[in-house]
Design a protein around this ligand. Structure first.
Ligand code: KG4
Ligand code: ZN
Length: 347
């Protein structure tokens, strides 16, 4: 529960993230200064299934979580008792994976009598844009409100207007596939490895983005997105190449698909920022690691665009610690009966 803001919110938060297939722990000071971040990726384990296998994911979290937390504390030169609170992803995500992180966090707070803070994974992605490394000479200016936040991950694609910390006005979101999901599905159609986003990006780097014209669902008059028509258009074209016994022009298909996704995401976000008089834009979530998306956002000069550093785009615990800090500073304290929320919208 959230109560009044803490007037002295100086704090080091240990963050824990296990919502999907990354086991992660990190320590962040005052919501911004990254003291350590450790991510044990399970990508290698799930690649054989072409996606995340939930049962395998939760077992692997159990195997690695204590070592990951220990390493994060060590790298921050801290003991558990030196941190001010433990923040953990409570949802959304895979139930069996979330339980591992939440139960581990409960054990830690019980051992050292620390506050516990349950964090929304989507909010955590947004707060990754506040984080910078401890050794940075001049700290970057934090994102300024009101800001238009585009969240683009494997499970979510949505636009939110933030007028202040921890407040979200959802303007719209995807009606079908999330952007990351579209990358993953199209990668599979093109015979590329899991996860699809980085694979498409690599293939696209030697392809022609204008080789094929794919549909862009603009959904005028709404702030919603749709990527299923685009995915179907790629599927039809792939089938045609196969039927005609022509080799698949994977690079050109990847580049043209990527261009269509970037076009819609950037166009719609800029339009929403104008319509709602936002001062700045924030882009977060796994797909914000995409080079073409980053370059397109950063090459316009109408808005300052806050994008997390590459290592903080995909799932990590620094973002959980940062969001946890702002929740902590606003008085949130959770109890040991904190439960996981596999489905938990941001707003
Ligand atoms: O935020 P994230 O790590 O996990 C979720 O919360 O879903 O996002 C994972 C998604 C995957 O769909 C992955 O393919 C996509 O982010 N992704 C990318 C890139 N890196 C990761 N998509 C496009 N380009 C990338 N470079
Ligand atoms: Zn995520």
């Amino acid at each position: 529960m959230v109560t009044k803001p803490d007037l002295n919110p100086s704090a080091r938060i240990l963050g824990i993230e296990t919502s999907c297939d990354e086991t992660a722990a990190a320590v962040v000071e005052n919501g911004r200064v990254l003291l350590s971040s450790v991510v044990a990726s399970q990508i290698g384990l799930h690649a054989q299934y072409g996606g995340v296998f939930p049962e395998v994911a939760s077992r692997q979290h159990i195997r690695t979580i204590y070592a990951v937390i220990e390493e994060a504390l060590q790298k921050a030169h801290l003991e558990l008792r030196d941190v001010d609170a433990v923040a953990v992803t409570r949802g959304p995500g895979l139930a069996g994976s979330l339980v591992v992180g939440v139960n581990t966090a409960k054990g830690l707070v019980l051992a050292e009598n620390l506050p516990l803070i349950g964090v929304n994974h989507l909010e955590a992605h947004i707060y990754s844009a506040w984080v910078y490394p401890v050794n940075m000479v001049s700290p970057p200016v934090p994102p300024q409100f009101p800001l238009l936040a585009l969240l683009v991950s494997g499970g979510h694609t949505e636009l939110n207007l933030m007028r202040d910390h921890l407040t979200y006005q959802r303007l719209g979101g995807t009606l079908d596939d999330a952007a990351g999901e579209a990358f993953d599905k199209v990668a599979r159609l093109l015979g590329l490895v899991y996860p699809g986003g980085p694979a498409i990006q690599n293939a696209a780097s030697s392809g022609n983005p204008h080789a094929f014209t794919f549909p862009r669902a603009r959904l005028e008059g709404t702030w919603d997105f749709s990527f299923s028509g685009l995915k179907t258009a790629v599927l039809r074209l792939v089938r045609k190449f196969v039927e005609d016994k022509h080799p698949l022009p994977v690079e050109d298909l990847a580049a043209s698909f990527q261009e269509a996704v970037v076009d819609v995401l950037v166009g719609k976000t800029l339009a929403a920022a104008r319509a709602f008089s936002a001062h700045e834009i924030l882009v977060a979530g796994g797909v914000s690691a995409n080079r073409a998306l980053r370059e397109t956002f950063l090459s316009q000069n109408e808005y300052k665009v806050n994008i997390p550093s590459l290592s903080l785009c995909t799932d990590n615990a620094a973002m959980v610690a940062s969001a946890g800090y702002f929740r902590f500073a606003h008085g949130q304290r959770d109890t040991l009966d904190l439960d996981v929320l596999p489905t938990w919208p941001l707003s």
